[in-house]
Design a protein around this ligand. Structure first.
Ligand code: ATP
Ligand code: MG
Length: 366
C-alpha cells in the first residue's frame, strides 16, 4: 500500500427509531477500522424517512438525495415507525427509501445470512442443519413483476373483477444482475446457484439462458440452477449446500427473508444495494424497532456488519472490511450480547457498550 491514505466521502442517513443509535455506533467502528487500514473516511449526515418528513415535509429531501449521489457510499439506519403510520398528508417515510433506491439506480440487493457459531442456538433449524450456514442471496431489485407493465385491475369476459401483473426481464437486466452475482461468488466460495421457474415462465427461461451464457466469462465459478420451489425446500432441508444465490425480484424477496430466518437473529443481519457505478446503499435488514428506540437496547451489529459490506462492496477496501468482521466475531467470543441475542452465561450490554467492545477489538486486532 502507498503511504498516502485512500480517502472517501460517506453519507450517513440515521433515519428513525433505533436508526440514529445504531448508525452512531457503526460510524465510530467504520472510522477506526478505516484509519487502521490506511483508509480516511469523511462523513456527512442527512435526513431521511419520518425525521425528514417532520423537518421538511418530504421523506427524501432533494438535499439528501444530492448529497447521497455525490458521495462514495451511503450507510442507512432504519426508516418508519407507528408515529407516521396515519399521517394526514399520506406521505409515508418508507417512500423515502424507494425514492432513494430509484435515485441511486441500485439494482442488486445483497443479503447475507450466516449462522455464527456463537449464535447457533438462535437458529430456527436444528443445530446439525444450521451449523456452518453461510449464504448470500443476490436479488434483482428494480425489474420483474413488481414493476412490469401492463398491470392493474379490470374485468374479464365474464364481467368478473380481475387483477393482473406482468413479469418482464430484458437480456441486459439479467446480464447485469448475473455479473454482480458472479463477482460476489468470486469474493466468497466460488459457487453460484441461479434460482428461477424456467419450467413454467418465459421470463425465467430467458433468465436461465443468459446466466448460462455468462458463465463462460467466469470459468472459476461453479454455476448451478434450481427451480424456486425446490430452492425454498432446500433452504430449510440442507442450507449448507448454498454459497451465493442469484434470483429475480419476487423470488429474492421471499428467499432472502426465508434465509434470514434460518439465522434467527434479525439484529445481526446486514444488506447492500449496489448499481453499475455510483454509490451503494448499506443498511441493516431490521426496521426502526420503535418498541425499543431511545432505550440503548438496540443491537448495533447488523449496522456494523453493513459498514463492513460498505467497505468490501462499496469501496473495495477488503482489509478494513475483514477487520470489522473479525472484531464482531471476537466481541461475541468475549461473551457480550444485546438483549435480542442474550442467553444465560453471556454478558448483557446495551447498544453503546456493544459498540465500545467492538471498538476495543477493532483496535487490538493485528
Ligand atoms: P419494518 O416494517 O420497518 O421492517 P418491522 O416491524 O418489520 O419493521 P423491526 O422494526 O425490524 O420490524 O422489529 C421487529 C422486532 O425485532 C421488534 O420487536 C424489534 O424490537 C426487534 N428488533 C429489530 N431490530 C433490532 C435490533 N437491532 N436490536 C434489537 N432488537 C431488534
Ligand atoms: Mg419488516
Amino acid at each position: 500500500c502507498s503511504a498516502a491514505a485512500r480517502s472517501y466521502n460517506i453519507t450517513l442517513l440515521p433515519g428513525d427509531g433505533i436508526g440514529p443509535e445504531v448508525v452512531a455506533v457503526a460510524k465510530d467502528v467504520l472510522s477506526l477500522a478505516g484509519a487502521l487500514e490506511g483508509v480516511e473516511l469523511r462523513f456527512q449526515e442527512k435526513l431521511v424517512g419520518g425525521s425528514a418528513l417532520d423537518a421538511t415535509g418530504v421523506p427524501l429531501p432533494d438535499e439528501t438525495l444530492d448529497a447521497a449521489k455525490g458521495s462514495d457510499a451511503i450507510l442507512l439506519g432504519a426508516i418508519g415507525g407507528y408515529k407516521w403510520d396515519n399521517n394526514e398528508k399520506h406521505l409515508k417515510p418508507e417512500t423515502g427509501l424507494l425514492q432513494l433506491r430509484a435515485g441511486l439506480g441500485v439494482f442488486a440487493n445483497l443479503r447475507p445470512a450466516a449462522v455464527l457459531p456463537q449464535l447457533v442456538d438462535a437458529s430456527t433449524l436444528k443445530k446439525e442443519v444450521a451449523e456452518g450456514v453461510d449464504i448470500m442471496v443476490v436479488r434483482e431489485l428494480t425489474g420483474g413483476i413488481y414493476f412490469g407493465k401492463p398491470r392493474g385491475f379490470g374485468t374479464n369476459d365474464k364481467g368478473e373483477d380481475i387483477g393482473f401483473n406482468t413479469e418482464v426481464y430484458s437480456a441486459s437486466e439479467i446480464d447485469r444482475i448475473a455479473r454482480v452475482a458472479f463477482e460476489v461468488a468470486r469474493k466468497r466460495r466460488g459457487k453460484l446457484c441461479s434460482v428461477d421457474k424456467a419450467n413454467v415462465l418465459e421470463a425465467s427461461m430467458l433468465w436461465r439462458k443468459r446466466v448460462t451464457a455468462l458463465a463462460s466469462e467466469f470459468p472459476d465459478i461453479e454455476l448451478s440452477h434450481m427451480y424456486v420451489d425446490n430452492a425454498a425446500m432446500q433452504l430449510v432441508r440442507n442450507p449448507k449446500q448454498f454459497d451465493t444465490i442469484v434470483t429475480n425480484n419476487i423470488f429474492g424477496d421471499i428467499l432472502s427473508d426465508e434465509a434470514s430466518m434460518i439465522t434467527g437473529s434479525i439484529g445481526m443481519l446486514p444488506s447492500a444495494s449496489v448499481g453499475e457505478s455510483g454509490p451503494g446503499l448499506f443498511e441493516p435488514i431490521h426496521g426502526s424497532a420503535p418498541d425499543i428506540a431511545g432505550q440503548d437496547k438496540a443491537n448495533p451489529l447488523a449496522t456494523i456488519l453493513s459498514a463492513a459490506m460498505l467497505l468490501r462492496y462499496g469501496l473495495g477496501e477488503e482489509n478494513a472490511a475483514k477487520r470489522i468482521e473479525a472484531a464482531v466475531t471476537a466481541t461475541l467470543n468475549h461473551g457480550f450480547r444485546t438483549g435480542d441475542i442474550y442467553s444465560p452465561g453471556t454478558t448483557l450490554v446495551g447498544c453503546k457498550q456493544m459498540g465500545e467492545e467492538v471498538l476495543k477489538t477493532v483496535e487490538s486486532l493485528k
